[in-house]
Design a protein around this ligand. Structure first.
Ligand SMILES: O=C(O)CCC(=O)C(=O)O
Length: 287
């Protein structure tokens, strides 16, 4: 992660899946409260997900992002190794993707889990992560905490994602770390901080929070759900393939919404002046 090696069984552990309790909403809630995440294998139909992947990779092929002479479905990274976090207007051109992440299936899961009508933020995060890149450790509350705090991320593998393709990684137990919640967890990356990353160093996170990382390989259609306070990031993509994934947010429609992530330009949130660096903030917070 960020160039540092994590070792399974020592500094990083395997995520456990919750397929065995999938039909039991109370058990899902208990597991979420305890573990901070729910990993559901094969949640989406694999074929539907692979068709969605094809829609996205087709766009990337037109943008000359894929390696010449390789099959589009494989998502082999082209010679300039360009990454993309798809802008909102491009995401709107992907009907298969939108119907997947706004599907009845995911809405019904949340209706059952949260007990009411559900809305999904308009801002959809769709990523094709190139070689050598990862996402540093952060909690989503700093990016989208202006509405309800009872907002959930669904990270979806849009293709098989092996560990060396840069799987999602979470910090076990970080959702219960009170000092983190009361300091970093009440700040806003658009208003207060120059960057939302808590740290770029996976080992420094472990030492500071006293907790370990966890990850797993994902199959196309597997999802992991977690809340606003779970520290997470991703492993480095050390492969020749794009890691195609998306992360989207769901909440009760009756609760306050972070309107910055709604509407026709949800990815163009103005930033306040005089924001401070994470280093300055962490000195202030003493964490
Ligand atoms: O996919 C990634 O690299 C990071 C995902 C993420 O930060 C999120 O789901 O909030």
């Amino acid at each position: 992660m960020n160039g540092k090696e994590l070792i399974f069984g020592e500094t990083i552990f395997h995520l456990r899946d919750s397929n065995d309790i999938f039909d039991d909403s109370a058990a899902l809630q208990d597991r979420m409260a305890k573990d901070g995440y729910l990993l559901i294998r094969d949640f989406y139909d694999r074929r539907t997900v692979l068709e969605t992947r094809r829609e996205i990779l087709g766009f990337m092929d037109n943008e000359s992002m894929l390696k010449l002479g390789t099959s589009i479905e494989d998502g082999v990274i082209g010679s300039d190794n360009r990454g993309i976090s798809f802008p909102h207007e491009v995401v709107q051109q992907f009907p298969r993707f939108l119907s997947l992440v706004n599907s009845q299936q995911i809405m019904m899961l949340f209706e059952r889990f949260l007990g009411g009508s559900i809305l999904s933020l308009d801002h959809k995060w769709l990523r094709a992560t190139p070689s050598g890149q990862n996402t540093s450790a952060h909690c989503d509350i700093v990016y989208m905490g202006a509405g309800t705090k009872n907002l959930y991320i669904v990270w979806t593998a849009l293709g098989d994602v092996s560990l060396d393709m840069g799987s999602l990684a979470v910090c076990l137990g970080s959702h219960k770390h009170q000092k983190l919640i009361n300091t970093y967890g009440v700040s806003d990356a658009h208003q207060d901080l120059l960057e939302g990353w808590f740290s770029r160093d996976a080992y420094e996170v472990m030492e500071t929070l006293g907790i370990k990382w966890a990850s797993t390989e994902f199959g196309a259609g597997d999802i992991i759900i977690f809340g606003m306070y779970l520290m997470h990031g991703s492993l480095d993509n050390n492969s020749e393939f794009y890691r195609v994934s998306s992360d989207n947010r769901y909440q009760l429609a009756s609760e306050p919404v972070d309107w910055r992530h709604m509407g026709s330009t949800p990815d163009q949130i103005p930033k306040k002046e005089n924001r401070i660096t994470m280093q300055e903030a962490r000195i202030k917070w003493q964490i």
